[in-house]
Design a protein around this ligand. Structure first.
Ligand SMILES: Cc1ncc(COP(=O)(O)O)c(C=O)c1O
Length: 414
């Protein structure tokens, strides 16, 4: 058999694997690791959604194969969400597809539209499927730095980066990925940015794939918009949403792709060959989530906000200043000055080893993620404060014994 399969060879070693291994080893030793690593919501799914699942499971015929692109009631519920939240009108038959989480939707959209060797413009740092969905599909990736809020106008810089990349890429890029609120940087976009992005993409003949998985996790009363609110965006855009964070349903695997009919039809066609849709009771319960009372979403948002404020305040007092994220369930934290040289992977490993705290190294989100770690708000306030106390001790200790704490820098790998 050949040594390595073509597609598998295109996937680099998982950056997070090293950190995960260390975390598992520490736990095996009995360490109480405070895990702020993976963005895996810890809250329970609201009861009325669970009840709807349970009620539907016992009904006859719900055990049968479901509809690959989603049952009509679910697609209608998603269209109603877009109408009420963004004022965007969608045809549930031709402009909405339910997906097995937005990750699956994104990856299969990449499969549907990519020819081998196509060039795709992907922000860096970003959520890994934005890049690897296309790499698995045979595309070549060109990273556009998002700068993470340090440039004067990072959004204008990003669009200039897109324009430059199109000018210098052969073949001409097919699509650009946008994702706000961003995982990992938490940066957000407003309608004027989206308007410029649509104008530019039309001028450069680019498809836009917009991922707004964190559209409902926002703070300070500033709900993120949808790019589909921009007149004409529908001509070139597909947007992905998710129930995972909005309703604390990550394991249920329910998301959506909506937008341009031709792109949506391409995704629906590929999916029709690959799956029979989510389990019908999950689709019925997801409809109940979208159509039902939304105070549970306010509750979830409130919990993340309390944790965000607690993190910024307690870590700040511990000597680590972290900018307050305006949205998402993540803080994007610059590595403290004294540790910057060792890079994000080694720093994350040190935090596990010396402070019993797990975070995600920025490098795992792309080359421009180096210099930062991502902290997920997935433990309660008590645990976040405990993490801050551990880190305070670690920072104090390392000042005295830095030569013992900092390992020899290792070559970063992706
Ligand atoms: C930006 C972004 N998009 C998509 C996803 C995937 O979500 P889902 O559970 O809907 O597949 C995540 C999950 O962390 C994410 O951060």
């Amino acid at each position: 058999m050949i040594e390595e399969f073509h597609r598998v060879k295109r996937l680099p070693p998982y950056v997070f694997a090293e950190v995960n291994r260390l975390k598992a080893a520490a736990r095996a030793r009995g360490a109480d690791i405070i895990d702020l690593g993976m963005g895996n919501p810890d809250m329970p799914t609201p009861q009325h959604i669970v009840d709807k699942l349970v009620e539907t499971v016992s009904k006859p015929r719900t055990n049968r194969y479901s509809a690959s692109k989603g049952i009509p009631g679910l697609r209608k519920a998603q269209a109603a969400y877009y109408a009420r939240r963004f004022g965007v009108k969608l045809n549930p038959d031709t402009q909405v597809v339910a997906t097995l989480g937005s990750k699956e939707g994104f990856a299969n959209m990449a499969q549907a539209i990519t020819a081998p060797g196509d060039v795709i413009l992907v922000p860096s740092p970003t959520y890994p499927i934005h890049e690897f969905g296309f790499i698995i599909s045979g595309a070549a990736i060109r990273h556009i730095p998002t700068v993470g809020g340090t440039a004067k106008d990072p959004h204008a810089e990003f669009l200039r980066g897109v324009e430059r990349a199109v000018k210098h890429s052969i073949p001409k890029p097919l699509a650009v990925v946008l994702s706000y609120p961003s995982n990992p940087t938490a940066s957000t976009a407003d309608l004027s940015f989206y308007t410029e992005a649509v104008q530019l993409a039309k001028k450069l003949d680019l498809i836009i794939l917009s991922d707004i998985a964190y559209a409902e996790i926002y703070y300070d009363n500033n709900p993120p918009p949808s790019i589909l609110q921009v007149p004409g965006a529908m001509d070139i855009t597909v947007e992905f949403t998710s129930l995972s964070k909005t309703y604390a349903m990550p394991g249920w695997r329910m998301g959506f792709a909506v937008g341009n009919e031709r792109l949506i039809a391409a995704l629906a066609r590929v999916k029709s060959y690959l799956d029979y849709g989510a389990f019908t009771p999950v689709q019925v319960a997801a409809s109940a989530a979208l159509n039902g009372p939304q105070d549970c979403v306010d509750e979830i948002r409130k919990i993340y906000k309390t944790r965000r404020d607690c993190l910024v305040e307690s870590f700040g007092r511990a000597g680590w200043d972290i900018p307050a994220p305006p949205a998402s369930m993540f803080a994007w934290a610059p590595i403290p000055e004294a540790f910057r040289e060792i890079g994000s992977v080694e720093f994350a490993k040190l935090l596990i080893d010396k402070a019993d705290v797990a975070v995600s190294p920025g490098l795992g989100f792309g080359e421009y993620g180096e210099g930062y770690v991502r902290i997920a708000l997935v433990e309660n306030e008590h645990r976040i404060r405990q993490a801050a106390r551990n880190i305070k001790k670690f920072l104090a200790r390392s000042q005295e014994t830095m030569h013992n704490v900092i390992p020899i820098p290792q070559k970063a790998s992706r």
